[in-house]
Write a protein that binds this ligand. Structure first.
Ligand code: NOS
Ligand code: ZN
Length: 428
């Protein structure tokens, strides 16, 4: 059992704030149990020798952050192709370099990505990358939880050139991880401009049969939307509705270029949206995702960093601040993208079907976090990922006082050496 004693602030999932409390975290057969209250040692009659005690003074606790759209092995491509628009970025830089990645490279890139997320208090994520088994393996080693999806592209991926075979591999991947405690497998047709109608339909059938999510990129750039309208007279969301793919087991990243009518379609079919403001701004996807219209129509919205090659980190605290101020600037309205709205999005693991019982502690002994008029404000507008001090995920202390507990830290030097070596193969 873990006891956080005298925690200065605790923000729960419903955004209620407690002050000066204890938090007891118990790992039981049927999941993690949390008790919040004062003087829990006495009240719960706890035996100190059964407890791992963490001092909560000058710390703020909150649920684990949830990154709902990313490609974690892309940590390997950090800084390789900046200041380019999406189409050239993918075709000229990202895909040619990804073609050189081996299974083993993806494993090390995933370890780096998991450690980066852990460092920043992200405990649950939704990934899409080839060699998904390696992403899953690294995730389990670090102790995070994730929806790991197996990507499908019609022309093939570095893992396999044959689409039919890829779909069978995706199904096997889902079967393998179906009962896993930390990993929820899923299938990911990459985007409407790389996957045919048949591919989307087959992926949807697999997602329905196995009860998994279908993860896809959708309406990210104006180019994507215009190209589809010119070709078939439909916008990407209209198209996915027409072919029967829009549904409540779909999580769609971006959804930047959408009309009010399409927003209504997303709401009607209960599609989950992953909003990736930094990636959209950096790749100049153009426009701004209509957050306010989506919220008004009841679309379930979450936040994602996207991959490191378009962000260029996995810092969700940075992402929520940017999300908030982007929509204020865009709407000329300081009341939108408010603190509670962005925090709710960042703690939302329900969209992934995962219960968020994790606790992240922020170290408040830093000049930029004092004084504290409103702890939620300090977290959204003043903190960044480096302020994360301790992470308890799935009932285990994975990081304490900014030190990784889930690995021997001597391994870090080896990991950095590994990724430097992998870096040498990237040419353009
Ligand atoms: O913003 C994006 N839009 C479209 N594709 C992307 C984006 N970020 C990464 N990928 C690409 O998606 C594939 C997933 O396995 C990878 O090829 C990755 O580079
Ligand atoms: Zn993406």
């Amino acid at each position: 059992m873990i006891l956080i004693k005298n925690l200065s602030y605790l923000i729960d999932k419903d955004l209620k704030v407690y002050e000066n409390c204890d938090v007891l975290i118990k790992k039981e057969e049927d999941g993690i149990k949390k008790i919040v209250g004062k003087n829990l040692i006495e009240k719960e009659n706890l035996n100190k020798s059964d407890l791992k005690i963490i001092d909560g003074k000058n710390k703020a606790g909150m649920p684990g952050l949830v990154n709902t759209h990313t490609h974690i092995p892309m940590t390997l491509l950090r800084g390789i192709a900046d200041d380019m628009r999406l189409e050239e970025w993918l075709r000229e830089k990202i895909w040619p370099n990804e073609a050189k990645l081996t299974k083993e490279d993806v494993y090390y890139g995933s370890l780096l990505g998991c450690l980066e997320m852990l460092r920043f208090g992200v405990t649950i994520f939704n990934d899409m990358y080839f060699f998904a088994e390696k992403v899953a393996e690294a995730t389990k080693e670090i102790g995070l939880r994730g929806v790991i999806s197996f990507p499908i592209i019609d022309v093939g991926t570095p893992e396999c050139e044959n689409r039919d075979k890829l779909i069978r591999m995706a199904e096997n991947f889902i079967k393998k991880y179906k009962e896993d405690k930390l990993i929820k497998p899923a299938i990911a047709p990459h985007a409407p401009y790389t996957c045919s109608e048949e591919t989307y339909k087959e992926c949807k059938e697999i997602a329905d049969n196995y009860g998994t999510l279908l993860h896809t990129h959708l309406s990210e750039t104006r180019y994507e939307v215009v190209e589809m309208e010119n070709k078939i007279g439909l916008r990407p969301i209209e198209y996915l509705e027409k072919i029967g793919v829009l549904d409540n087991n779909v999580i769609a990243a971006h959804c930047v270029w959408v009309t009010k009518e399409e927003v209504r379609k997303l709401a009607k079919h209960k599609v989950k949206v992953s909003h990736c403001p930094i990636s959209n701004m950096k790749l100049a996807s153009g426009g701004v995702m209509p957050l306010i219209e989506m919220l008004n129509d009841g679309v379930e919205i979450t936040i994602g960093t996207d991959g490191v090659a378009s962000n260029n980190n996995l810092d969700m605290l940075e992402e929520i601040k940017v999300c908030s101020i982007l929509h204020k600037a865009h709407r000329w309205d300081a009341t939108v993208g408010d603190i509670d709205t962005v925090l709710k999005m960042a703690f939302n693991s329900d969209a992934l079907g995962i219960e968020n019982n994790d606790i992240v502690l922020i170290d408040l002994t830093a000049p930029h976090l004092r004084p504290i008029h409103n702890i939620k404000s300090n977290i959204v507008y003043s903190a960044n990922g480096n302020d994360v001090d301790t992470v308890i995920a799935n009932g285990e202390v994975l990081m304490e006082n900014k030190r990784f507990k889930c690995i021997d830290e001597k391994f870090l030097d080896k990991l950095y050496e590994k990724v430097d070596k992998i870096k040498e193969k990237f040419s353009c």
